[in-house]
Design a protein around this ligand. Structure first.
Ligand code: ADP
Ligand code: MG
Ligand code: MG
Length: 909
């Protein structure tokens, strides 16, 4: 027989999977001997069974009876008793807290008879009828699905009728009338009278809590918080205690330390003569917890003691719900409290200083995402602000700029020196050029995993998405918000953390943590000045990041193409370059050279173009390798298909057609015609899978050779200056060992030749990207020609899933989130089951031949916390990420080391 129901005393805090967070922590408090009203928990197993079959397992009813009698015996009162009735609360509680998402029913057990008994027993008739009224209201809404407005409207009408200001002013007779009205509402709306049998009430309430797991808002919340849909909730049934039994009673919430600053002290709210939900509902103004000391010194002292014990026991900031019933303190809930990013860092180091936790444990308690939040510039809170709308903060930061609606304007205005905010209904890959130059992105549609959000996070830029109060009219170039109209060129400010959108400029300040990361401690301290709290924060970040650096095994490199980027990344602690994309070195003014290469009539023609490119390329590498002196610098040979360097086919066709129509002629027209022919010839149906990467290098002899020679000559030049350049040559899109062999033969010949001329040996590592499933599966063959592997997890994700990223993200990813195929984009967090298996196979197979093989990751996943844990656990040597993500990667790599093996489940079904 499965045990579905557990007395609180049977559980403990490690059983969150089974008992939910609330149940497990209630059990823990019972075990600690804290005053918890007796009760029991119906497990998540029962819920999952219910969700599967649509019925509460029969065993649950029987086991509930057993536990209910246990509670009755402990208290010495009976449910439904006509003398001293026991009332119950029925509380939801899943493994992860989902605040406000699911349901709770209080005062279960009241009916027309027990309400009389409660009157006698409590000596407070008003209290008894108020409790009954609350039960029918909560039961009606939660269990019977009745529109809660019907109840509150009836209550308001009654208050108006008798001239009552608040609920408290209603007398016994009013409450009795309200109960009558409520019962009528229930009967009318549900087709059956309000159930008088307490056990019937209990059974229905339990079922309702199970059912509330799948409400729309609970689903939406889970999707946002990445909580799996199949966990189910537990139900806690507990004896009621009453904070609304007059002035000697009350209810409150408190924290064992300040969840914003982390300081220990007395933080909380207290509401005399009230039941739990009144505090959150904000019906009356609460008192500060400190006031309780005056009102009820004994309970206050007991509470402080319980707080201290809980914090010592959990060794972390706890939040607590409590109720005082006629001078008796009851603990109703505790959990490790949610906190801001800043508090997370401060609390962690404070607990270390108080010797409650070790540095390793402290590292577990802060996340890369939290650190990331601390790195973005902040709006000056004291500045004047005009709030327009609130969307979702998708990528933190504070951005101010002119409203622009398209790429062209974004680029033109930025070139003219303006900051711009790109505003779209939603963004697509075509908006990328605009996003790249914009200070921030604002969309009216889409969620946290929408394209804009994903891309913005990758780029470390500020984004607010799904601000649906905004009517974005791109053709008219305006945004309408209610009556107001915002035009292109108007200045707005967006807060990527809070999702707020302001009209007009709001001044920003650099975050002090950013200053610390980029310029060091002294600069940060100068900025911080006298602000003790911020000083503590910067110091906490420094301590934890330093500890992470000491503990991590993964090295952290950066993806950087220019000396400037490399410089920035080095300042942030990058230990090398994992990916230098060389393609940008063929754009802009140099595009004509590629044109010439493509149009070349013969080898000599083509070689001439290469010869002109050589000094330019060499200069690129000299700059980069100077900045990265002494550190490994992986240079990827040119990767994208050639047509990316040629003019757009449609534009050029139109241009040529027009010229022909007008009868124009001359060398420029001839050239355009020639280029158009080449564009047509190189046009591919599916360029991502076409002539690119190593295939391109083999098809156009001399292209890779040019790059390899430039690298070799740069090394010679820098060594001559006494520097220590460490380039690594990386070949993209290899699928077969033979491809790599061919490039290697060519490369070795060039290195030997350049070395011989300079009188040095050039023994540069030559390796390849692993970004095709075939490469991963044949890694034991490819490795014969490779000195290192770098997993290009972006393309590996595309090729493993058969996804074209630019197409799928906008076309159907939203559906895939909705129907559970994906919980998060596999381009954001590594798909561990699929792509991860290939990474693992590649590492294993490569090392089966070369045990010391160096392996790294250069996809965007290299900066993603969950993915970093996977790469640590699978023994890669380094991750490489954008310069902006380097500190995050350092912290997460350290966390991965102290949390070895505890990484999450991965992103896809
Ligand atoms: P949530 O998860 O939304 O916080 P809870 O299950 O904690 O929901 O219950 C909602 C409110 O009801 C809380 O304020 C709590 O203090 C109160 N409450 C729950 N159980 C009891 C009880 N046994 N006696 C008195 N108040 C209770
Ligand atoms: Mg609660
Ligand atoms: Mg690639």
């Amino acid at each position: 027989m499965t045990q579905y129901v557990y007395m609180f005393s049977e559980g403990n805090r490690d059983q969150k999977d089974l008992l939910g967070g609330k149940g497990a922590n209630l059990a823990e408090m019972v075990n600690m001997g804290l005053p918890v009203p007796p009760g029991f928990t119906i497990s998540t197993d029962a819920c999952r069974e219910y969700l599967k079959t649509g019925e509460v397992p029969a065993q649950v009813r029987v086991q509930v009876t057993r536990c209910l009698r246990g509670v009755e015996d402990q208290i010495g009162r009976r449910v439904g008793s006509k003398d001293e009735p026991l009332l119950l609360s029925v509380r939801s509680g899943a493994k992860f807290s989902m605040p406000g998402m699911m349901e709770t029913v209080l005062n279960v057990g009241l009916n027309d008879q027990t309400v009389q008994a409660l009157t006698r027993f409590s000596g407070d008739e008003r209290f008894a009828w108020d409790s009954y009224r609350r039960l029918i209201q909560m039961f009606g809404k939660t269990v019977l699905d009745i529109d809660s407005d019907l109840f509150s409207d009836a209550l308001d009408a009654r208050k108006e009728l008798v001239g009552a200001q608040s609920d408290i002013d209603l007398g016994v007779l009013d409450l009795q009338r309200i109960v009558e009205e409520y019962k009528q509402i229930v009967e009318r709306e549900s087709g059956a009278p309000f159930p008088q049998d307490p056990r019937e009430q209990l059974d229905q309430a339990i079922e309702a809590v199970f059912k509330s797991w799948n409400t729309e808002r609970a689903r939406i919340y889970r999707r946002r918080e990445r909580i799996p849909d199949d966990l189910g909730t537990a139900v806690n049934v507990q004896a009621m205690v009453f904070g609304n039994l007059g002035e000697g009673s009350g209810t409150g919430v408190c924290f064992t330390r300040d969840p914003a600053s982390g300081h220990s002290g007395v933080y909380g709210d207290y509401l005399p003569n009230a039941q739990g939900e009144d505090v959150v509902a904000g019906i009356r103004n609460t008192l500060a917890l400190a006031d309780l000391e005056r009102l009820d010194p004994t309970s206050y002292r007991q509470l402080r003691q319980a707080m201290r014990r809980l914090e010592t026991h959990y060794r972390d900031l706890c939040d607590i719900e409590f109720t005082i019933e006629r001078g008796h303190l009851w603990m109703l809930q505790t959990r490790v409290g949610k906190r801001t990013a800043a508090a997370a860092f401060r609390v962690a180091t404070q607990l270390v200083d108080e010797q409650l936790i070790t540095m390793d444990e402290a590292l577990e308690r802060v996340t890369g995402d939290q650190l990331n939040q601390l790195l973005f510039p902040q709006f000056d809170k004291d500045a004047e602000r005009d709030l327009l709308a609130v969307g979702m903060g998708a990528s933190p930061g504070a951005a101010v700029g002119e409203v622009v609606f398209d790429n062209a304007t974004a680029i033109a205005r930025t070139e003219a020196g303006a900051d711009v905010i790109l505003v779209r209904r939603e963004t697509s890959p075509e908006d990328l050029p605009g996003m790249v130059v914009a200070a921030g992105v604002l969309t009216a549609r889409g969620g946290k995993t929408s394209h804009a959000a994903v891309v913005a996070r990758g780029m470390g830029m500020c984004a607010v998405v799904g601000a649906d109060e905004l009517a974005v009219d791109v053709p008219k170039q305006e945004i309408r918000v209610g009556e107001r109209v915002i035009n292109a060129g108007d200045v707005i400010a967006i807060d990527g953390k809070t999702g707020e959108v302001f009209l007009g400029d709001v001044s920003v300040v650099d975050s002090p943590v950013m200053t610390y990361i980029a310029e060091g401690m002294d600069a940060a301290m100068e900025q911080v000045g006298q602000d003790e709290e911020v000083r503590e924060l910067v110091e906490a970040v420094d301590r934890l990041l330093t500890h992470a650096d000491n503990r991590r095994r993964l090295r952290v490199r950066t993806n950087a193409d220019t000396g400037e980027d490399a410089q920035r990344a080095r300042a942030r602690g990058a230990e090398g370059i994992g990916l230098c994309r060389t393609e940008h070195q063929f754009l802009g003014e140099r595009r004509v050279f590629i044109e010439r290469v493509i149009l070349a009539k013969d080898d000599a023609d083509r070689q001439a173009a290469f010869d002109e490119l050589l000094p330019l390329q060499r200069a690129d590498f000299v700059e980069l390798l100077t900045v990265m002196d002494g550190l490994p610098t992986t240079i990827r040979l040119i990767d994208p298909p050639l047509h990316e360097f040629l003019p757009n086919i449609t534009d050029l066709s139109v241009k040529v057609a027009l010229a022909e129509e007008r009868g124009e002629s001359g060398p420029e027209v001839d050239r355009d015609r020639e280029v158009l022919e080449a564009v047509r010839a190189t046009h591919e149906q599916n360029p991502m899978l076409g002539l690119r990467g190593v295939r391109l290098g083999l098809k156009f002899p001399g292209l890779f050779a040019l790059q390899i020679r430039a690298i070799a000559e740069a090394v010679v030049e820098l060594r001559g200056k006494g520097l220590d350049p460490q380039p690594e040559i990386m070949v993209p899109l290899v699928g077969s060992v033979r491809e790599l062999e061919l490039v290697r033969e060519e490369a070795e010949a060039i290195l030997a030749e350049v070395g011989k001329d300079a009188g040095v040996t050039l023994d540069l590592p030559i390796g390849c990207m692993i970004e095709l499933p075939r490469a991963a599966m044949t890694a034991h063959r490819i490795v014969r020609s490779a000195d290192f592997f770098s997993f290009g997890t972006n393309d590996l994700t595309q090729t493993t899933w058969g996804f074209s990223r630019d197409d799928v993200e906008t076309e159907f990813f939203t559906d895939y989130y909705n129907n559970g195929v994906l919980t998060i984009s596999p381009f954001e967090t590594l798909d561990q089951f699929g792509v991860g298996s290939l990474v693992d196979a590649g590492v294993q197979r490569g090392r089966s031949v070369k045990p010391e093989l160096k392996t790294g990751v250069c996809g965007e996943h290299g900066g993603d916390p969950e993915s970093i844990h996977f790469f640590h656990d699978h023994a890669l040597d380094y991750v490489s990420c954008s310069p902006f993500r380097v500190p995050v990667a350092r912290l997460e790599a350290g966390r991965a080391a102290v949390m070895e093996g505890k990484s999450g489940p991965g992103a896809s079904a």
